[in-house]
Write a protein that binds this ligand. Structure first.
Ligand SMILES: N[C@@H](CCC(=O)N[C@@H](CS)C(=O)NCC(=O)O)C(=O)O
Length: 292
């Protein structure tokens, strides 16, 4: 190994220096709000506080899919939470998600607002609320939930592990990149084998499992994440490629990927969404925002 660092951890870890990593400015060892700030509330039953990252996009894809199916109750306001400016630590946001991470949802359709945080929980909540994208059959439902929770458990190794050490860490550490590249490729292979014999993850139907997995692993396969397509040889995962193309072509997926997006081509960015017409008449205030 060329880059093993000599470091002996002290007896007690202390927060006394900046890590230097890409997101060092938002990393803290304590939770809770840093400042008082109410969240905006729009007219629709569902209020989404998010950002167009893979975790955020899962929810906007789901909402756009529900609307495409004709569920008017899925109309939503999507507000932008700029995580690299610390919006997730405002008191209003922390009240909706005590974990201070996007996405967070407030359902105001009933007598009392219901908060939901963690993207997997939000997908399941919406699937149950509208009776869509979650199979009714016991076996198919079990398969769907298995892949949904697989995503929740696996993606931190892809994002926090591989993506962090390959793209964002202040130093390229061979040990860490090797470890997480191996795991990222193993995960792609898990998906590839599943999709070799099944059109979608839960079987023949498109479900919340696909909606959860696509922004991470479909994005990785299509070269949208970490500029790592060549490094991981993603073209070899033929069944993942076939599935990612099919999911990516869906109109609701295309719309969902635009919402709260602040990176990439300006024409692909819809910073906030309050109406279906926003996709046509969107205003693009030019932001320079670090991609993540
Ligand atoms: N397991 C969570 C992960 C959410 C998450 O990691 N969100 C990131 C952006 S993709 C975030 O808000 N980070 C801000 C921070 O860590 O302060 C979920 O799926 O909802």
């Amino acid at each position: 190994m060329s880059d093993a660092h000599e470091y002996t951890p002290p007896k007690v870890w202390t927060w006394d220096k900046a890590s230097g990593g890409r997101f060092a400015s938002i990393n803290r060892p304590i939770s809770g709000p840093t400042h008082e700030k109410e969240l905006p509330v729009g007219q629709h039953p569902l209020q989404l506080y998010s950002l167009g990252t893979p975790n955020g996009v899962k929810v906007t894809i789901m909402l756009e899919e529900l609307l495409a199916l004709g569920h008017a109750g899925a109309e939503y306001d999507a507000w932008l939470i700029r995580i690299n400016e610390g919006d997730q630590f405002g008191s209003g946001f922390v009240a909706v998600n005590p974990n201070s991470k996007i996405p967070a949802l407030l359902d105001r359709s009933g007598p009392k607002p219901i908060r939901v945080f963690e993207s997997g929980a939000i997908l399941l909540y919406l699937a149950e609320k509208f009776g869509a994208f979650l199979p009714a059959d016991t076996a198919a439902r079990a398969e769907c939930l298995s892949w949904l929770f697989w995503q929740m458990g696996s993606a931190p190794y892809l994002g926090g592990g591989f993506g962090h050490f390959y793209a964002y860490a202040p130093a390229k550490i061979e040990y860490a990149i090797d470890r997480f590249a191996m795991e990222a490729k193993r995960q792609l292979d898990v998906l590839d084998r599943r999709l070799a014999g099944n059109e979608y993850l839960a079987g023949s139907d498109y479900t919340i499992a696909d909606i959860a997995v696509f922004p991470w692993y479909g994005g990785l396969a299509k070269g949208w994440l970490y500029d790592a397509a060549e490094f991981l040889q993603v073209q070899d995962y033929k069944h993942v490629q076939r599935w990612a193309d099919a999911v990516g072509e869906r109109a609701a997926v295309k719309r969902g990927r635009m919402v709260n997006r602040v990176t990439g081509e300006l024409s692909s960015q819809l910073h906030e969404r309050h109406d279906a017409g926003d996709f046509d008449t969107k205003t693009q205030d030019k932001l320079t925002f670090a991609s993540q």
